[in-house]
Design a protein around this ligand. Structure first.
Ligand code: HEM
Length: 531
């Protein structure tokens, strides 16, 4: 029988042989024209472990400096990490070869149980767009048109605002002056219905509390499903089945006509192309992740930053108050009216405080799929089927562009004319290029309106009188805007100067202000009209 030391020697030798073989294989399969490979100390394993946390990208920058582009080799997958803003612009211009559409299609295959026919149809649509003329919209763009500024978006905004207004009287119970609550949970509870009422319209499924419970079960399982662990999150899979079959029943009976233009357009898109109903009702159900996934955490961080610093609170409240019109109703009771459009066009500090939340708190990564071998900027070979990652932290925390205070919350950063102007490519919370988030106008209107309503009518006091702004180190990479690591217990109080006042919230103008980050289809910046 071999001694223990001999066994250890044999195992050690085997490990060494495997290690050398992996190192050899990694080098042999890495084309010298590809970006340099990093994190090769244990080939394939080191980056796989690192990528389990979003903090990995900041960590890589600390260890490797401001590298422009590098390769991470994972088992069966290459990932090119790009930090250089010039290269990011080049990526955005190559939107057909370095495609967001292919990432969306891959994700849908990981989350949903869809038929081979639907996969074929998805591929045919994507190929037709990729090889077609420049003016042909991508499948996603054809589906999400109602979110662009225009009548459909105005209708969505109005329904969302009405819904916010109707729910506001219950933010604190009507027979009470205050309520104690966990802030993130509360924000989610009060915003989920107005947001989805706006997007889905009068027959919104998520008005039903059972459907909302199912949505959260689905959402919580996404990170595991994406990693191929669907069998570990049976509740999520069952929730998808429940929600999508409910959608299928609605659509089968023509119920989409009672929903918003957004849903009608999605239905028309899939139906005209003969996608099976069972499959596309899963996609329609899944759209709720795009709608809510980033919106709800952004609302939480916005509220925390507005209320946790008296200076920010006072400056923003004062600016909004200046837009409030005072009048009386027929019985002589005080009426105050706020035009929500003014929050975008006449409240530069408040608008800046919002953008700064998006800049500072975002942890996500822009992702693109490489459709064919491609020489990026004529310099770096990107191999077919690899992924391109553009981590937000590399852009948002760059001292050269944002200043030495890049890691701090400076609410007036975007309104301060003394600061140098930063390129849109460096502000990536809504993504960039042709795939810039189409829901950004809706989300911005809603979150500014929600925060203004709070500032004007409610005080928020932390449990022990002292604000603790949570970290988000443990957040999943499912969304760009993270959930906090812990919730914050607060008391929400009706303001003493708000008794007996009737509030009117109106939306006078159609969407017209370009968001920071806007770029045209070539990745060039659009003129800024909102600063
Ligand atoms: C604060 C809230 C939001 C944030 C931070 C956000 C952020 C993003 C980001 C980063 C992307 C990927 C873009 C890229 O990589 O180029 C995206 C895509 C998308 N978002 Fe949003 N989003 C928000 C709210 C919304 C809302 C409310 C909707 C719908 C009403 C929405 C609909 C979409 C859709 C449909 C896409 C896919 C676009 C495409 O395929 O071209 N988003 N969003």
């Amino acid at each position: 029988m071999p001694s223990i030391s001999a066994s250890i020697a044999v195992i050690g030798a085997a490990v060494a042989v495997v290690y050398i073989a992996l190192q050899w294989q990694l080098r042999a399969t890495q084309d010298p024209r590809e970006p340099p490979a990093i994190e090769t100390s244990i080939p394939y394993i080191t980056p796989a472990i690192g990528l389990s946390k979003h903090t990995y990208f900041a960590d890589l920058r600390k260890r490797y400096g401001k590298f422009p582009i590098s390769t991470l080799r994972l088992p069966g997958q290459r990932i090119y990490i790009i930090n250089d803003p010039q290269l990011i612009s080049v990526v955005q211009r190559q939107y057909k070869v370095l495609s967001f559409q292919s990432v969306e299609d891959r994700m849908s295959h990981k989350m949903f149980n869809i038929s081979p026919l639907t996969k074929q149809l998805q591929k045919a649509e994507a190929d037709a767009w990729r090889t077609g003329p420049a003016h042909v919209p991508s499948p996603a763009h054809a589906q999400f048109k109602p979110l662009a500024p225009g009548k459909d978006l105005d209708d969505m905004n109005r329904i969302m605002l009405k819904s916010l207004e109707e729910s506001m009287d219950d933010w604190v119970p009507q027979d009470s002056q205050s309520r104690r609550t966990q802030l993130f949970e509360w924000v989610k509870e009060v915003l989920v219905v107005p947001t989805t009422n706006g997007v889905y319209g009068p027959e919104n499924l998520l008005r039903d509390p059972v459907a909302r419970t199912k949505y959260w079960a689905f959402f919580d399982g996404i990170p595991t499903m994406i990693k191929g662990g669907g069998f570990l999150v049976k509740d999520s899979v069952a929730a998808i089945e429940f929600l999508s079959s409910t959608w299928a029943r609605i659509l089968q009976n023509g119920g989409h006509k009672n929903h918003s233009r957004f849903i009608q357009k999605l239905f028309e898109y899939y139906n005209e192309r003969s996608f099976p109903l069972k499959d596309f009702s899963q996609f329609i159900m899944g759209s709720s992740v795009a709608v809510l996934g980033n919106t709800l955490p952004t609302a939480f961080w916005f509220v925390i930053h507005l209320y946790s610093d008296r200076k920010v609170f006072d400056a923003c409240r004062e600016e909004i108050l200046a837009q409030v019109v005072h009048s009386t109703d027929a019985d002589g009771n005080p009426v105050r009216t706020l035009d929500i459009t003014a929050l975008k066009v006449a409240c530069p500090l408040f608008h800046s405080a919002f953008k700064e939340v998006l800049r500072l708190e975002a942890v996500g990564t822009g992702v693109r799929g490489v459709e064919e071998d491609h020489m990026l900027d004529g310099k770096y070979l990107l191999r077919k089927d690899a992924l391109v990652f553009m981590p937000l932290v590399s852009q948002h925390f760059d001292h050269e562009r944002w200043g030495a205070d890049a890691e701090e919350y400076c609410y007036d950063r975007f309104a301060d004319k003394a600061r140098p102007r930063v390129s849109n490519v460096s502000f990536r919370s809504f993504g960039g290029g042709t795939t810039l988030c189409p829901g950004r106008h809706f989300a911005t209107t809603e979150l500014l309106a929600f925060a203004a309503m709070l500032l004007l009518r409610f005080d928020i006091i932390p449990k022990d009188g002292k604000w603790v702004v949570p970290t988000s180190l443990n957040a999943e990479m499912t969304t760009n805007m993270p959930a906090p690591d812990f919730d914050v217990e607060v008391e929400i109080q009706k303001r003493s100067d708000d008794q007996g006042i009737k509030w009117m919230w109106k939306l006078s103008e159609s969407e017209h202000a370009a968001m920071l980050g806007d770029q045209d289809e070539h990745g060039n910046e659009k003129a800024q009209t909102d600063n």
